[in-house]
Ligand binder design. Structure first.
Ligand SMILES: [Zn+2]
Length: 300
């Protein structure tokens, strides 16, 4: 993504940067909307530079709509890139990229499947090499904030684990080059919030188009409440933008009101407040932060 340089920029100088720059690293198209849709919509609307790097096209995902069930492999990857494009339009994000370009790393499939041994899949990728590709993005964008998964990838999917490793390694390499990312966050859900949301889901399940409910254990990144450092509340149009972005991933997600289901057809809550654990950088104040950029000065 290149922006035309403004006339007062010296030839050869980098284009002007926006004051606040947020980088999110995800495994598959749809993960960004489920985990961070409200956050991305909010910061994009506020004029921050929001950059999404997705590591694979998710071409081994299961397809929900019967009329699209014929899609698989490269055709599914291409279709999901179209879904991602529509989701980013819904969130107002124009800078989204596939790590190393579309198709560079293949979806690894669920943990334990023979797909994990595909030499072209992300699980088999050299982490330093992949982190080098991400470092190129970091050098260009110079984000102050990085968002990714915890070391278990939230729930143990090999591509999510690798996305975490690649993101954290790129952050290390950027710091070693002298331009550290000020704050690094992992996606989280506080246990008490998940439990109360599932209690409401069980009450409302008879009116929903889903036969069964998932459980708290099916939600990635659930931790004890004390570990949550930051929450981004869905205000204004952000919750609707998140729901629209999730709907855009129609091969993967079915949305119904405040709930959704993946291909396992188990209903779960659609969180319109998103939660984070700060793992690098300075926490501001005693309570939960309400801004990922809290405490970061506006640096050029
Ligand atoms: Zn995923």
């Amino acid at each position: 993504m290149t922006e035309p340089p403004s006339p007062d920029v010296r030839p050869g100088a980098a284009p002007p940067r926006r004051a606040r720059r947020l980088l999110l690293v995800h495994a598959h198209p749809d993960d960004e909307s489920i985990n961070n849709g409200v956050t991305m919509a909010r910061y994009a609307a506020e004029g921050a530079h929001v950059t999404l790097v997705t590591c694979t096209l998710g071409e081994r995902g299961e397809v929900i709509p019967p009329e699209l069930a014929h899609l698989g492999g490269a055709a599914l990857g291409e279709h999901r890139l179209g879904e991602l494009t529509a989701a980013m339009r819904a969130l107002g994000v124009d800078d989204f990229r596939l790590l190393g370009g579309p198709g560079r790393y293949a979806d690894s499939g669920m943990m334990g499947l023979p797909d994990n041994d595909d030499p072209g899949c992300l699980w088999q990728a050299d982490v330093d090499q992949a982190a080098g590709l991400l470092l190129d993005v970091v050098r260009e964008v110079r984000p102050q904030v990085l968002v990714t998964y915890d070391p278990d990838g939230g729930y143990g999917h090999p591509d999510h684990i690798q996305a975490h490793r690649i993101a954290m390694r790129a952050a290390e390499l950027a710091a070693a080059e002298g331009h550290p990312i000020a704050k690094v966050y992992w996606n989280r859900v506080p246990r008490s919030t998940a439990e109360s949301a599932f209690a409401r889901l069980r009450e409302e399940l008879p009116g929903l188009p889903f036969a069964e409910a998932a459980g708290v254990r099916d939600v990635p990144g659930v931790v004890d409440d004390e570990r949550i450092t930051t929450e981004i509340r869905g205000e204004g149009t952000a919750p609707a933008a998140k729901a629209a972005a999730m709907r855009a991933h129609a091969t993967q997600i079915e949305v119904a009101g405040e709930f959704f289901a993946l291909s396992n057809e188990l209903a779960q809550p659609l969180f319109t407040t998103e939660y984070y654990e700060l793992v690098r950088g300075e926490r501001t104040g005693a309570g939960r932060e309400d801004d990922l950029f809290a405490g970061i000065g506006e640096t050029p």
